[in-house]
Write a protein that binds this ligand. Structure first.
Ligand code: CTP
Length: 401
């Protein structure tokens, strides 16, 4: 079943290939996509490609009749079909035309005719992008509710480096996907911790755990989709930062604690979701120099306990009279419910999300999770096995109080 209907409008920028990359991301995420092309863009990539990759007719001529809903008025039926209309890439020309209400090609026609959520991903030379005329038009579109996926600095087609390089395809796809969620966390500030912390043995070796960070990153991404201001404090992971999320990288448990304290100092009210797999122990001594083999059969390590980060930030917030709601995770291998319940009171949590880290089809490293949410009043809710992004939604919607 389709997750939603997206019309991608394409204008004639050198970044036109990006529309196909975004299509690929959207298809993988389960969206149904149709293309609308300006006349000039057809000269860069043939409409045949767009049709073949979507299995849908392409609207590429204002006089073309494509009957989607029995009206025979193509621009109106495309406009009605769209849940989201995104222009990828958007040239200075199409931006300025839309802002002025000109509708003389299929893309600008749909822009005027649709009441779908609207997104624009500009791509052009930096002088054109920074030109006050283009900026004024973009500001106008923003004020009218269009979301602009800002271009980035990078190499431009004209062999210069500057702002105007189209945004990353994942970021554009994220902006489109976020339109399908309600902004129930708007105005809220959410901190998510993710991934493993690592404890150094010497300058080249460290001890860590199996956490991939996927659950924490899914939570950060979904919190952003739901309208929150999100900071992600993460240990060492190989994951891309979700679009619009502020990321702070840390290494040890103590680094994680200090980063959280800084966030608490900045805000008066926030929610902290502790999805990180925090190292409970660390070597008592970190060697300053690399430990060398000496032929004596190895060496031993003595571990000491790390602080409980959640307990410490709870105390710290109280001392600063800040309102901090805490949500914990419980990584358990046995007696899931009993062990998780004990942590709610010990750590001062609103609720805890318990998962069985012994299973290989969920939790550590997997794209899926299955969790039990245990509230401080004892209520228990089960979230069936599903993608971590979906589990993240189930967790976060319980924070929309
Ligand atoms: N946590 C923490 N500080 C630690 C260890 C864990 O703040 N030193 C947080 C985790 O981020 C998680 C929750 O506490 O949200 C529970 O983590 P878990 O590893 O399941 O439990 P522990 O508290 O470490 O207890 P145990 O290892 O004995 O089960």
């Amino acid at each position: 079943m389709s997750k939603g209907k997206v019309v991608l409008g394409v204008s004639a920028s050198i970044a036109i290939y990006k529309s196909l990359e975004v299509l690929s991301k959207l298809k993988k995420r389960g969206f149904d996509v149709r293309f609308v092309l300006t006349k000039e863009s057809k000269e860069l990539i043939s409409p045949v490609i767009f049709k073949a990759l979507t299995n849908h007719e392409v609207y590429d001529d204002v006089m073309k009749e494509l009957d989607l809903d029995g009206t025979n008025i193509t621009h109106v039926s495309f406009a009605k079909w769209a849940d989201v209309f995104a222009i990828v890439p958007a040239t200075a020309n199409i931006i300025s035309k839309i802002s002025c209400g000109i509708a003389d090609d299929p893309v600008s026609l749909i822009a005027l005719a649709t009441d779908a959520k609207k997104i624009i991903a500009p791509a052009m030379n930096s002088h054109m992008y920074l030109n006050p005329i283009v900026q004024e038009h973009l500001e106008k579109l923003k004020s009218l509710g269009w979301f602009i996926v800002e271009p980035v600095e990078g190499e431009l087609a004209c062999n210069t480096v500057g702002v105007g390089h189209i945004a990353d395809e994942n970021h554009i796809a994220d902006s489109i996907e976020s339109c399908f969620y309600p902004d129930i966390l708007k105005g809220k500030k959410i901190i998510v911790t993710a991934g493993p912390t690592s404890e150094a043995i010497d300058p080249v070796r460290y001890l860590t755990n199996r956490s991939s960070g996927k659950m924490g990153f899914a939570l950060a991404k979904m919190a952003k989709y739901l309208g929150a201001g999100v900071t992600l404090i993460t240990g060492r992971v190989c994951l891309e930062t979700p679009f619009g999320v502020r990321r702070v990288d840390v290494s040890s448990t103590l680094d994680m604690l200090n980063a959280l304290k800084k966030e608490i100092e900045r805000e008066n009210e926030l929610t902290v979701i502790m999805a990180a797999a925090i190292a409970d122990f660390k070597p008592e001594k970190r060697e300053d120099k690399k430990i060398k083999k000496d032929g004596n059969g190895g060496f031993g390590l003595h571990f000491i306990e790390n602080p409980d980060v959640t307990v410490e930030i709870g105390k710290y917030a109280k001392s600063l009279k800040k309102t901090v709601k805490l949500v914990g995770f419980a990584a358990e291998t046995h007696d899931l419910l009993e062990n998780a319940k004990k942590k709610i009171e010990k750590k001062g949590l609103e609720f805890i999300v318990a998962n069985d880290v012994k299973r290989s089809d969920i939790a550590f490293g997997s794209d899926y999770n299955e969790v039990v949410i245990i509230h401080k009043n004892g209520e228990i809710e089960r979230v069936e096995r599903s993608e971590k992004l979906k589990v993240a939604y189930e967790i976060l919607r319980r924070l929309a109080w």
